[in-house]
Ligand binder design. Structure first.
Ligand code: NAD
Length: 378
């Protein structure tokens, strides 16, 4: 069976769905691999390196020639409509927002696997692209803060005086937040963190952070994810967070609710109450933002309330693509491992009795199998 590896078309997207290493893995499964010319260029992989691993490099993939189409970013509805019935697609699909594409995939009879839907269970960890890409984002977001912060992160005791460590506050301690804590700690900052899920307290501590315990009831929903707060409780949460935000030199926000807009954790007034020179990086900027006024892909200078300076508010965009080599290395393994789970005798043959396969499948045989997405489309 032929597997095609797409060259990503979306501006700003620098990752690729296969590396020469995973081409070797796919070939060993008996699959034939076609790579679109230039697909790996931004991730450091030349066409020749794919050829060397046993792939065939083609100027452009022809959907009708492929059994499987692997991609990073969600497909467009127009492209989805060109895929022959029975084609298997594997990639990120943003099912909560890309409803037109989901509908087009179902209408075309495509068997689409959305990596966002891979169950968060131990057996599926090697296929979990949300985790692998959040690891990249959580690391990068701290570096973005550090280069904009006009001070050091670590404590320095020098003959010329003592420099205190930066105080970093991380809001949202999921995969990205925990990685942000670890990265800020490695840079020598004093780190505290908050998450609405009580289970995260131990994880924050194990990363070397101090858990901020707000007097707010726990909200943990299905699958270990957070649930959306009622408006009353969201307001209370912001009130309780305000003094911690004001005391921070650097704040990293990563809070998310699957399938929903990002929760607003920090108001404009809370930002203006920070000290001049403080830096806020919002990883949730692309899904509405945790911080009021954030613009994805832009830095905004917010005047402090005393009028004595500004706070730099950074709207992160395409975070995993800022480190395309390692983001692709991990993503490509996630894709190859999911394909390996479904490949029998050189053909991708999904077994829907497997909970990972069934859970990750977005559309199949003309239907939308993911119930919340099906409800949103109709
Ligand atoms: P996510 O990206 O959906 O959200 C990021 C964090 O934001 C979460 O920790 C969430 O609790 C937090 N959050 C949401 N609303 C908030 C609010 N109002 N205030 C403060 N924080 C808020 O989460 P994620 O990183 O994908 O992880 C979600 C869960 O899945 C976690 O429990 C994680 O440990 C678990 N997980 C399990 C596996 C596995 O077992 N294979 C793998 C990865 C993650």
């Amino acid at each position: 069976m032929r597997v095609g590896i797409a060259r990503e078309r979306l501006r700003g997207e620098r990752r690729v769905a296969a590396t020469p290493e995973t081409v070797t893995q796919l070939k060993a499964l008996g699959l034939e691999v076609l790579v679109e010319s230039g697909a790996g260029a931004e991730s450091g992989h030349t066409d020749a390196s794919y050829t060397g691993a046993g792939a065939t490099v083609v100027p452009q993939l022809t959907p009708g020639d492929l059994g499987v189409y692997c991609h990073v970013r969600p497909l467009t509805p127009e492209f989805a409509a060109t895929l022959p019935a029975g084609t298997v697609t594997v990639g990120l699909a943003s099912p909560a927002s890309e409803l037109a594409t989901v509908a087009a995939l179902a209408t075309a009879g495509v068997t689409a696997f959305a990596l966002e839907l891979v169950p968060r269970i131990s057996r599926a960890q090697s296929m979990d692209a949300l985790t692998s890409q959040s690891l990249v984002s959580g690391y990068r977001v701290v570096l973005e803060a550090a280069i904009r912060f006009p001070r050091f992160f670590p404590l320095y005791m020098t003959a010329a005086g003592t420099i205190p460590p930066a105080r970093v506050l991380v809001l949202g301690a999921g995969v990205a937040g925990l990685q942000a804590i670890a990265t800020a700690k490695r840079l020598g900052a004093r780190v505290s963190a908050y998450d609405v899920r009580p289970a995260s307290a131990d994880e924050v501590t194990s990363m070397g952070g101090t858990f901020v315990n707000l007097d707010l009831d726990a909200v943990e929903g299905a699958g270990g994810y957070a649930r959306e707060l009622s408006e009353d409780r969201a307001v209370r949460q912001r009130e309780l967070l305000a003094p911690y935000v004001a005391a921070a030199d650097v704040m990293i926000t990563t809070a998310a609710i699957p399938g929903r807009a990002a929760p607003l954790l920090v108001t404009h007034d809370m930002v203006t109450a920070m000290r001049p020179g403080s830096v806020v990086v919002d990883l949730a900027a692309e899904t509405g933002g945790n911080v009021e006024g954030v613009v994805a892909g832009q830095d905004t200078l917010v005047p402090t309330e005393g009028g004595d300076g500004t706070v730099t508010l950074v709207g992160m965009k395409d975070a995993p693509s800022t480190m395309p080599a390692d983001a692709s290395r991990l993503y490509a393994k996630n894709v190859a491992n999911l394909l390996a789970l479904m490949t029998v005798d050189g053909a991708v043959t999904p077994d829907f009795t497997d909970e990972v396969v069934a859970g990750a499948c977005l559309t199949h045989a003309g239907t939308i199998r993911h119930a919340p997405t099906a409800a949103a489309v109709t």
